[in-house]
Design a protein around this ligand. Sequence first.
Ligand SMILES: [Zn+2]
Length: 466
Amino acid sequence: MTLYNYLDRYLFLPLGDLVYGSSVVAKYKEMRSRDMLSELEIRAIQDSKLQRLVKHCYNTVPYYKRLFDSHAISPEQIKTRDDLVRLPVLTKQIIRDNYDDLFSTAISSKRIRKSSTGGSTGMPLKFCTDWDEWSSWKASTLRAWEWYGLHLGDKIFSLGGSSINKKKQLLSFKGLYDRVIMRNYKYSSADVTDEGMHRNYVELMKLKPQAIRGYGSSLYILARYIEKMGLPVCPIKVVLTTGEVLMPEYRRKLEEVFQAPVYDAYGAGDGGILSHECSKREGFHITEESCIIEITDKEGNPLPVGETGFVCSTDLDNYVFPFLRYSVGDMAYMKSEKCSCGRQTRLIGEVMGRAGKLMYNKQGVPISPTVLPMMFYPELDYHNVEYQKIYNKIDKFQIRQDANGDICILLKLKDPSEPKEQFDYVVTNYQNHFVGSKVELRLVDDIPCLPSGKEDYCVSDYRREG
Ligand SMILES: [Zn+2]
């Protein structure tokens, strides 16, 4: 541990709590003390938190009050996680249709943090959390880092999916928190050309971080570039991946190039899911004091342990915009055995169904699927309100690449009578990435789900390796 590690933990982190009104220090302490609890103790924490949450939902959240009453369920009937099955599943569509009624009337608006799902899950979903939940997330992440020998205050080279405005990053309080306390140095992964990768490589070598973090596919592109050019790499303690399914070939390549173990995380802000791969590599330890995860069939019936189904989450920490039995849209299975590390939390075996494949343009340059939705996003240009307006007209989208490498963008609009020309900027953005490919934009009435029920926004039949 360096002096910075100590200062960060005992001075900067508490200061951050003071300014933000968060409670990371307290939660972190609590989570560390709970790391090795028995299964019974974990269940007891979950059940008592669940009972409190359900009462809160019934008494203060209009949507849940209606739901409980119309199904003739009383909050007292939901005592343990096994009772959750009485409730119907909460879907993204229900959230969109009942957005205003999902807020608790008992929470001060000061506690609310507006949030939205990122690009890796298709169409973004707007939702809200509060500072307590945010603190739990940070605390759970810090605890998992310790499993890997990484400590608060260690520098992290973070490859993000979107374009990152450096000035904006440094000037905001959030930017300072990220930099000084989390020591998260963010770089953009949007430019996947050799020049873009070289810029990231130079930054990496300048920073000399203890850890590298990002989407598996984005880090994979950087690793492949480093390997292709035969470049040296500074010593790295650990590579942390998140945000999409980590392909085995990405993991292999990352470990080979960075000479460090790769640990994956699976989380979803919507639903409050957080789980971290164990250093024993036997699965993902669920942060069970913060969320209850069920694996269900399409109708929301729980499946036997070991069977693959839909991930359904009850967020035990979100009192602002509660999620009870929320179907995230991911598919996974739970392991029946406990981990050999001794921790008694349940383990997610594998998460399937999220985009993790790369697309290639005709020059053989890989394009991360995490970048594709960015081309619809208003964040591409922070100051352009027009983009924001146009973007908000999109209901669903899908990007298809045929066997010749040509691109077809399917858009389902909220109002089908909207003129097509206003989306021309999307075509231009795609043409810039898929050089030499025909790019066509088609307005459609609907975009069917995959047989699995999953919305896949990126489908490619083009098989060209770079
Ligand atoms: Zn373990």
